[in-house]
Design a protein around this ligand. Structure first.
Ligand code: PLP
Length: 431
């Protein structure tokens, strides 16, 4: 993707140094891109789906985090969206990084991030990756079972280990505790084994499930972690860090979640305990910063005696950036970006209308698979046709990272970066 900050600089200049609203900046970037494409004449792929990312939104989310969870240092979960500019801004903001594979660790180290700002938060690791992190000095990693402890004892006995415990993740979108986490019945014997193997346990971690909705899950997990800190002390470990994982959403549930977590931490791990608190937020930082634009590539008319409806085929789908529908249980909402040459971004006319009021559409991806459906039913006042554009907001989390190239459609799409915060521009060296 291209990265034209000069344009942003000029933009700010023309506005008399007034910072444009985020919507204005995103709208300008979308408009400029789609107005430059003529679907009748363009090269194959020129009308491909693309993102606009507002790094200012990431910056605002960081300030919001610091306001609500001042004691908790975020280690951004790279898996959620490994966009290099996003990682670069977070690195400049001083966050740590949660990595789950060699490639993620390599990418983060490549940004010049110190190994001590990385946690290899994957309880079941690949042998060769453990040897790799040992060679790079990335010491912090999680474990949740005896076999993994024996692996680490063999490959990297100096590692700084976090015992990941099970949580109640029943309120979350993506449950993780079916696969990972030691039950409280097993933590004592795992700590005893770690002691016998001469390993270095430094903390406890948990994850309440991605997209969690019940703040009580955080309270219970903090209480359980406190129990494990006590067990560890009996085995001679002086744990120094609690890792409260991810699960935070970027919508207005965040303040409530953070409030419950903050109170639980103050009760069980007060500041004077000297315990460091870290977290592994992914979705919280990435989701709202990315807007996706798709081109309507085909349309099928469904004739009906009363009113026709239409199947719209767009050039991105469940095998692409809408993988979030399959893997992340999302329901992205289409809005009209451009219809018949008119850009409607961020106007009331872009939004879906009440049922019965508008023309009914279903929206489908470009592959030959019948499951590749983005939206079963939505109504717009406009009659949309081939060449028109749709957009989807909040497309930054678990989208492009799990997109495939099924049917030969690219999963490497342009990202146009804008920045709606002066503070973030300064960090990125854009003044
Ligand atoms: N940490 C771990 C170990 C995870 O598995 C995940 C997501 O799967 C995350 C952090 C990020 O979670 P979220 O995006 O919900 O904040």
């Amino acid at each position: 993707g291209f990265f034209d900050y000069n344009r942003l600089g000029n933009h700010a200049h023309h506005e008399g140094h007034k910072i444009s609203s985020p919507k204005q900046l995103i709208g300008d970037a979308l408009r400029e891109r789609v107005e430059g494409i003529d679907p009748e004449l363009c090269e194959p792929g020129a009308e491909d789906t693309f993102f606009v990312a507002d790094l200012g939104e990431v910056y605002r989310q960081h300030l919001r985090w610091k306001l609500n969870l001042p004691r908790v240092k975020p280690f951004y979960a790279v898996k959620c969206n490994p966009d290099t500019k996003l990682l670069g801004l977070l690195s400049a903001l001083g966050t740590g990084f949660d990595c789950a594979s060699k490639a993620e660790i390599e990418q983060v180290l490549g940004l010049g991030v110190e190994p001590s700002r990385i946690i290899y938060a994957q309880p079941c690791k690949t042998n060769s990756y453990v040897r790799y992190v040992a060679s790079k000095g990335v010491r912090q990693m999680t474990f949740d079972n005896a076999d993994e402890l024996r692996k680490i004892a063999r490959l990297y006995p100096e590692a700084e280990l976090f015992l990941r415990i099970l949580t109640d993740d029943s309120s979350s979108l993506c449950r993780l505790s079916l696969k990972f986490g030691a039950s409280l019945d097993s933590t004592d014997s795992l700590l005893a084994l770690a002691r016998d193997l001469g390993l270095n346990v430094v903390g406890v971690s948990f994850h309440v499930g991605s997209g969690a909705s019940d703040p009580r899950a955080f309270l219970k997990a903090v209480q359980d972690a406190h129990v494990v800190f006590g067990q560890a002390a009996v085995h001679g470990f002086s744990l120094k860090t609690l890792d409260v994982g991810g699960g935070f959403c970027s919508d207005n549930t965040f303040e409530q979640m953070a409030g419950v977590l903050r109170a639980a931490l103050d009760d069980y791990f007060p500041a004077h305990s000297g315990v460091n608190i870290i977290a592994e937020p992914g979705r919280y930082y990435a989701s709202s910063a990315f807007t996706l634009a798709c081109n309507v590539i085909a349309r099928r008319t469904i004739e009906d005696v009363t009113a026709s409806s239409y199947m719209l085929y767009v050039n991105d789908g469940l095998y692409g950036n809408f993988s979030s529908i399959m893997f992340d249980h999302q329901h992205p909402v289409a809005k009209v970006l451009r219809c018949g040459g008119r850009v409607l971004y961020n106007t009331p006319a872009a939004e879906a209308t009440e049922a019965a009021d508008g023309i009914e559409y279903s929206i489908w991806g470009p592959t030959c698979d019948g499951i590749d459906r983005i939206t079963e039913s939505i109504r717009f006042p406009q009659l949309l046709d081939v060449g028109d554009w749709l957009y989807f907001e909040d497309m930054g989390a678990y989208t492009m990272c799990s997109a495939t190239t099924f049917n030969g459609f690219s999963n490497d799409h342009d990202v146009i970066y804008v920045c709606s915060e002066e503070g973030a521009k300064a960090l990125l060296g854009l003044h």
